[in-house]
Design a protein around this ligand. Structure first.
Ligand SMILES: Nc1ncnc2c1ncn2[C@@H]1O[C@H](COP(=O)(O)OP(=O)(O)OP(=O)(O)O)[C@@H](O)[C@H]1O
Ligand SMILES: Nc1ncnc2c1ncn2[C@@H]1O[C@H](COP(=O)(O)OP(=O)(O)OP(=O)(O)O)[C@@H](O)[C@H]1O
Ligand SMILES: [Mg+2]
Ligand SMILES: [Mg+2]
Lengths: 256, 256
């Protein structure tokens, strides 16, 4: 029985896509069967695997708007056991009319039912807002993983996010739980990052994952190479961090 | 007659808020009258001026949903000549029901009419998506300033953004023009940043502003101090860069 994890934050640029892509690759490297689902119209997951619009047979758009069985939108990747459902909302008019507003909030949950048992993990990449698509992901998910960039705007965004989770749990998905808050792009030499880290740990206590993702340029090169970092630089700091995160999610605290 | 500039990009975390706040402060320092309008439900502009929900009498929410005259939502800041209309969408349900979907796309343009002549510049901070609020800003604006983080996902996002501008011009706001593409968070020691910069300049040519905004931790401390960087470290690299940007917008190319 696979676990569905929504990777979400309304704050932009905190590492949602980078986490979905590289955590997914790390879990697959540990022998797990993993599906990445991109519900962000930006389509950054496809970009991370070098896919252009011509490589995408069908995607999340048809699943949402034409009831396409999600199995038809699944694409294999270079990594054994790692599949993706790309976001193929290529035009904004479509995004606004069909996706952002119209789909029922439990659309994705229904769509994922037939394939849940075929994967150990399903990771959902969310857009940087708390609109309909993120709601769909939170309603489909068993748990939510929240990347937190160690900066002040991202810190301030947490309060609102926690409120939304509470209301989703109360009104739509009572079994939704936190998988954890993940500190990302951490530069330990920076006082600002340390201050924010301390504050996040003080406020959120055990909900903060042990694993920290350091700022590492190799992670930013994923969309350049069109593949997760483990495929082009296995020795990178960022790759090791996502491998630790995968183990923490599988086996519990790393006790760092 | 004031110029209305939308600061927009659907890519998250590229420096939209940081640009609105610090460019606004720089223009005010040069004696211009400036209004910052935040249409992003995250409310990062208020955070940048240390305002909590208790400091906000009224904001963009009442302007959009209760036809409050925008003058009633204007708040003074510590900087002479710099005013703000904060975003006060505190709850997401409100955001989804009232703001994201319902408001007519020309709502903001109508709302700004009575105050346009009282300011030399009106800068609009947009959310990281191409939904209704960003459309409102693009329809209200004379021009659009596009922060571009020097990384690959942000580069890939440009194509879609340019398409949206083209369609807004064709269908809603024919006089909308580019104020320019602004390279942000630039670390010149990084090959990745140089490669992306070259690509942006090669593709967008004269549309790329001369001024570059370097990565500078003082800019990231704005939400910690609750004021634009010029007020707590006038000597910072980031402050000098936004001062150069202000001059470039006022007087034309800096010829860098
Ligand atoms: N640990 C890291 N070290 C260095 N760069 C990183 C790291 N994590 C992410 N990045 C880079 O930072 C930027 C933001 O990350 P990413 O796009 O994954 O965030 P996001 O939350 O998915 O953004 P959005 O809100 O736009 O969807 C990207 O350019 C990415 O390559
Ligand atoms: N030139 C810079 N140097 C260092 N840090 C910066 C710089 N510009 C922005 N930042 C920091 O990077 C993060 C992203 O910037 P900011 O929040 O302004 O982007 P945004 O595009 O408004 O994000 P969102 O899409 O969430 O609205 C913030 O933590 C900010 O403090
Ligand atoms: Mg993303
Ligand atoms: Mg912002």
């Amino acid at each position: 029985m696979g676990e569905v994890i929504a990777v979400a934050s309304q704050k932009g640029g905190v590492g949602k896509t980078t986490t979905v892509v590289n955590l997914g690759a790390s879990l697959a490297e540990l022998g797990k069967r993993v599906l990445l689902v991109d519900v962000d119209p930006q389509g950054s997951v496809a970009t991370s695997f070098g896919m252009s619009r011509y490589d995408v047979r069908a995607g999340i758009l048809e699943v949402f708007t034409q009831d396409l069985p999600i199995r038809e939108a699944i694409h294999r990747t270079e990594i054994e056991g790692l599949d993706i459902v790309p976001s193929n909302v290529w035009s904004d008019e479509e995004e606004k009319r069909n996706l952002m507003g119209a789909a029922a909030e439990s659309k994705l949950r229904q769509a994922l039912k037939p394939v849940r048992d075929e994967y150990d993990f399903i990771l959902i990449d969310c857009p940087p807002n708390l609109g309909n698509l993120t709601f769909n992901a939170l309603i489909a998910a068993d748990s939510v993983l929240v990347p937190v960039q160690c900066e002040y705007y991202a810190l301030k965004a947490l309060g609102r996010f926690i409120k939304v989770i509470r209301s989703v749990k109360a009104q739509h998905n009572p079994s939704l739980r936190y998988r954890g808050f993940l500190l990302t792009m951490v530069d330990l030499r920076s006082n600002l990052a340390r201050r924010v880290m301390e504050k996040v740990r003080y406020t959120l206590q055990d909900l903060v994952l042990d694993t920290i993702i350091p700022r590492n340029v190799r992670l930013a090169e994923v969309p350049y190479y069109g593949k997760p970092a483990v495929l082009f630089d296995r020795s990178a700091k960022g790759v090791a961090a996502y491998a630790r995160l995968a183990k923490e999610l599988l086996y519990g605290s790393t006790g760092q």
